[in-house]
Design a protein around this ligand. Sequence first.
Ligand code: AMP
Ligand code: ZN
Length: 109
Amino acid sequence: MDNCIFCKIANGEIKTDFVYENDKVVVFKDINPLAPIHLLVVPKKHYADLNEIDDKNILAELLNAVKEVCKKEGIKSYRTVINTGSESGQEVFHIHVHILSGKKLGSLC
Ligand code: AMP
Ligand code: ZN
């Protein structure tokens, strides 16, 4: 998708270190971390948000990548967050799963 920053990161147009990558998903560090560990799990294919996903396999790929990257990085306790829509706080309209860890996390909102 043109002018989508996460498409550009996922396709290598914007050079970014990936913490994890497979054929469907990339994982990289959030530029503005809200916890000592703050990763973003992003599908290579563009979907604006969760509501737009029409392929159950992508949902499985996203959560499986969460599990794989946490295993790889030794992250045992973590919170996952998916914001959907601007009222939820979504700012980048290419779906992503936040992984937050490395400190005792507070309430959800
Ligand atoms: P959300 O509010 O759920 O849409 O989350 C978007 C997240 O993307 C925020 O936590 C931003 O800090 C993060 N972000 C925005 N641009 C970049 C970037 N170029 N590299 C890494 N993270 C980014
Ligand atoms: Zn995109």
